[in-house]
Design a protein around this ligand. Sequence first.
Ligand code: HDE
Length: 714
Amino acid sequence: MATATEKLPGDDGFLDTFTVGDDRNAITTTDFGTRVNDLRSLKAGKRGPTLLEDFVLRTKITRFDHERIPERVVHARGAAAHGCFTSYDNWSELTAASFLSEKDKETPIFVRFSTVGGSRGSPDTVRDVHGFALRFYTDEGNLDIVGNNIPVFFIQDAMQFPDLIHAVKAEPDREIPQGATAHDTAYDFFAQNPSSLHTLFWAMSGHGIPRSYRHIDGFGVHTFRMVNANGKSKLVKFHWKSCQGRASFVWPEAQVLSGQNIDFHRQDLWESIEKKFYPEYELCVQIMEEEDMEEGMKKYGVDLLDPTKLVPEDKVELKRLGKLVLNRNPKNFFAETEQVMFCVGHVVRGIDFTEDPLLQGRLFSYVDTQLNRNMGSPNFEQIPINRPRCSPVHNNNRDGAMQQLIHTNNYAYTVNSLNHGRPKPADDSPKGNGFFTAPDRKIRCAHYTREISCTFLDYWTQPRLFYNSLCPAEKQMVLDAFRFELSKVESLDVRKSFIVQLNKVDNRLAKLVAKAINVPAPKEDPEYYHDKTALGLSILKEPLKSIAGLRVGILASVTNSSSIEQANILVTELANRRAVGLVVAESVKDRDENVRDGVDATYGASDAVLFDGIIVVDGAGKIFDPSKRSPLYPPQRPLKILEDAYFYGKPVGAIGEGKVAYSYTRLPGRMTPNDQDGVFYADKVEKALLDKFEGGLKKFKYAKRFPMDDPEPS
Ligand code: HDE
């Protein structure tokens, strides 16, 4: 941990002025500062009753009763971190935004990751779209990019958002299921609103069940504008590219994790930062011309105002503008992560909106939701995590509940002469210093209408583009996901309607799902089908860029001291490669600094889902014998960990006698050491084995092991 004087990049010390620690001289006081010398309640006699007069008791209980604020109506479950954004260059040609005005310029950042549907206490590893909301505390005000890990969204009109959320959240009568779309109302909505198909396909693939927040990309989703100081604007799509690479669980893993450790993602983020495996993401933009607003259909086949479509990376390349490094955990979850109030309307000079109807609706919703979460107080911007870090805030907004500032300008109106017109407006010309709307932005002359543009109406080409771009194992994941979700839908009519939509994307997929849910197999609908693919959509086609913070379970035995010693040597070797080795054995043993004898976890409390790879060390092979019993863990647990890891597609390895473990597995032939299949073996801990294992961790999933349906179903 950095000391108070050593500041990490992006740490401007601003929040430190608000922190309260109870040091050794701290004495309990009431909220109004009176010291309290007895923390028991005031009573009439030792046996009560308690007296109403007791202001200490009353305030303590009242404060407790009011500790909660409403959870977010969506994205309630999440975790956050502080960091630093560094610009790669001077991007003034592109934008007047000050945080991009110089090479190496640093800007403090706060990021909150989340799931969408579940409540605040829901498991991290449910299948869902994931929020990637980010605030830049720039020297010209706060910029929030409130995005997701999927580049498209379910709907095209803000009017539909409450309907979408009512449908995907738990059913209103029983509040079941928690954080899952596998139920009737969700699929009724999806079937009736095919604009949702594209995002749904992404969510049913590995993108819906990521390995961690470190292993997702982020997207601004809508088209935005960047405007330079000459007033010239470009259309942009924001992307955050994970420098770790993208990785996902398989569905059975995600399900087990929801029970094993509901805080898995939150913990991964926290521990990675504590261990200095700082998560990194590059800010990239796809840049398009202002004319493409009208020409988008011709040039890219999509209307750039439609948030259900992406612009393929092979059509418009990504330009890398800078890097974000997350290097500090919050000090208080409530004060920072819970009270951060992102608003899509938090923009700075050099950034501007587009006419995307969903984006326009969001501009209204976020301020409103923050008013609700702050019990109606408009002063939420004054909470420390929300305050801008640039010069003080000057305007004529006044009063309201919980006002924190003492305004001394008595002339809070514009135009005033008594205070010389102060505060004065900033220079609103592009060359000036204030926010300006892109001067080349035009509103088309049009009739009032509630109609949707015909350029928004193709709902099937891009889901198919996405599906075509996946590798076979990922297509199987999508198939399995739809089979799972739709089998939970009770209404036959809803299942039938959804199959009609699915069939417009892919006939084989629709036929296989239909068969599992008692719906007649649909006939091909060739007018919808095409063979196009796009880059950057598949997770499994790309290996990870780094193994930092990945967890390797080292299966050992305490009955053999050399086994534990070898396991601890591996811990050190893996640490040199920035991975985390965790020694698993029959019982826990605390680490002695001078001896390599630590055990981190017991077999009784371990599971394959907690690790990204497994290595069985020398001297532990025999405990995998299914006929052997131990009073220290459930029967056959070590064998189950090894086999499950294999079935989940993780790299597995063995050293020396540890190889015996393979002979007890249910598929000994397939688990014979073979580098190609991700089963590694060596006589001792050696570089060659570690290199290969590192390669296995980067590959992350050996997808050939996953069971597949027949290519041509009957
Ligand atoms: Fe949000 N969204 N949203 N959303 N959204 C909220 O604001 C809303 C949309 C996103 O970590 C809420 O503070 C409407 C798209 C994230 O604190 C609320 C519409 C995208 C977060 C809200 C959308 C998002 C939110 C709930 C359609 C991806 C979590 C709590 C017009 C680009 C932020 C809150 C955090 C949160 C409304 C659509 C992402 C109610 C009305 C599209 C990451 O204001």
